[in-house]
Ligand binder design. Structure first.
Ligand SMILES: C[S@@+](CC[C@H](N)C(=O)[O-])C[C@H]1O[C@@H](n2cnc3c(N)ncnc32)[C@H](O)[C@@H]1O
Length: 383
């Protein structure tokens, strides 16, 4: 099996193999498309012609992207996860394909925001970004983030679509010749300022609540996507009897702990990042209608207790053996797994299957159109 970057299903392509020491699969890249798929289109973003590699699905028709992601997820579950999904109905959620990202991380090259080139770590300076929110578009087009020895390596731009808040966060520090548009509306901060104890955050509205999100805290890259995830996770959690117990693992700033469980449910959120925990305390603990306790711990070293439902939303590498073992020690009849990588979903489905959990429902949400990234919400039930 060879994975070929840049090819669409059904195409005949000339491929260059990429040297690798993997035994079970190889990788290749397209040199020439000989017979094109009817779903291949000209990229709509002008930065692709300048070498920007930020969006690897620019050549796929928008109407086809979610179908392709569903196929990738199905394939991973069958091949890597060894799941029988012949009777599994997969729901899909499409979201707008442009102007959506409210968090964008860029390299800084010659003072300008830059994305990695295709198949390289080299930065390509850009004047625009089709998938970025309009407020970030302006920061990318007009922001100058410093040159010379004091220039930062990276800049992260984060905005609140509902609140208009804007933050420019540079690593490692702010250079003297930095200039960002609308200076008085934008919080400009360096990683060294944060290390020295300064705090900076934006606010965003999702699912009818306002969320404080600090510079070093994780938040979903688009608010409508966060809302779609909340809806899918709430559906997957389903009805709970009164006074149920729930765990929200990898809880971030509290997105799921604050939205998906009934008010009489006792929720414990587990998160390791101090910045996210500080935000979650503000976002959740001040609400008298919620019963949420926040535990600062790695999931791998947390002590599980009996629960009625567990929601887990790990980073790209997935749960892995130790976290799966902790989760199944709760004896929860329902486990809801949010995955941002198809292969990790498949590996975790396999691990959960070995511990008696069956994949019951699956939703694929197109959180990142124009890119190949997949996002899924899977419900597993004890069988
Ligand atoms: C994909 S984010 C999900 C956050 C949240 N569920 C949301 O939707 O906003 C993963 C979160 O897990 C945290 N995290 C990563 N590895 C962890 C671990 N081993 N134990 C606990 N938390 C972890 C990260 O800090 C991050 O906040």
């Amino acid at each position: 099996m060879v994975f070929v970057e840049g090819a669409l299903p059904g195409e005949r392509v000339l491929v260059e193999l990429i040297p690798s020491n993997k035994k079970s699969f190889g990788r290749g890249r397209v040199l020439e498309v000989l017979d094109a798929s009817p779903h291949r289109v000209e990229p709509s973003c002008p930065e692709v012609d300048h070498g920007c590699g930020g969006c690897d699905f620019q050549m796929v028709a928008v109407s086809e992207q979610l179908k392709l992601k569903e196929t990738v997820v199905r394939d991973a579950l069958e091949r890597v996860g060894r799941q029988d999904i012949s009777s599994l109905e997969i729901s899909t959620v499409a979201l707008p394909a442009r102007g959506y990202r409210t968090t964008v991380r860029c390299l800084v090259v010659d003072g300008v925001a830059s994305f990695r080139a295709r198949q390289s770590n080299q930065g390509v300076p850009v004047a625009s970004c089709e998938v970025a929110h309009p407020l970030i578009q302006t920061l990318i087009a007009e922001g100058r983030f410093g040159t010379g020895e004091a220039a930062p390596k990276e800049v992260t731009m984060r905005v609140g679509a509902a609140t208009g808040d804007q933050m420019v966060y540079v690593t490692p520090s702010i250079a003297p010749d930095t200039s960002v548009p609308g200076d008085d509306k934008v919080v400009l901060i360096g990683a060294d300022d944060i290390k020295a104890g300064r705090r900076a955050w934006i606010h965003e509205e999702v699912a009818g609540r306002i969320w404080r999100i600090s510079a070093n805290s994780f938040f979903q890259a688009r608010p409508d996507g966060a809302e779609a995830l909340v809806n899918a996770v709430r559906d997957a959690v389903g009805d709970l009897r009164p006074d149920s117990r729930a765990f929200d693992l990898y809880g971030g700033v509290g997105l799921f702990a604050g939205t998906v469980f009934p008010e009489d449910c006792r929720v414990v959120m587990v998160e390791q990042n101090p910045s996210s925990i500080a935000d979650a305390r503000v976002n959740l603990e001040q609400d008298p209608n919620l019963d949420v306790r926040i535990v600062k711990s790695k999931v791998e070293s947390w002590t599980p207790k009996r629960a009625d439902v567990v929601v887990a939303d790990p980073a790209r590498q997935g749960l892995g053996r130790v976290a799966v073992s902790k989760i199944t020690e709760t004896d929860a009849p329902t486990i809801v797994l949010v995955s941002c990588d198809a292969a990790s979903l498949a590996r975790d489905a396999d691990l959960l299957g070995r511990r008696g959990y069956r994949l019951d429902t699956l939703t694929v949400i197109d959180l990142f159109p124009m890119t190949s990234h997949t996002e899924t919400v899977a419900r597993f039930v004890a069988s």
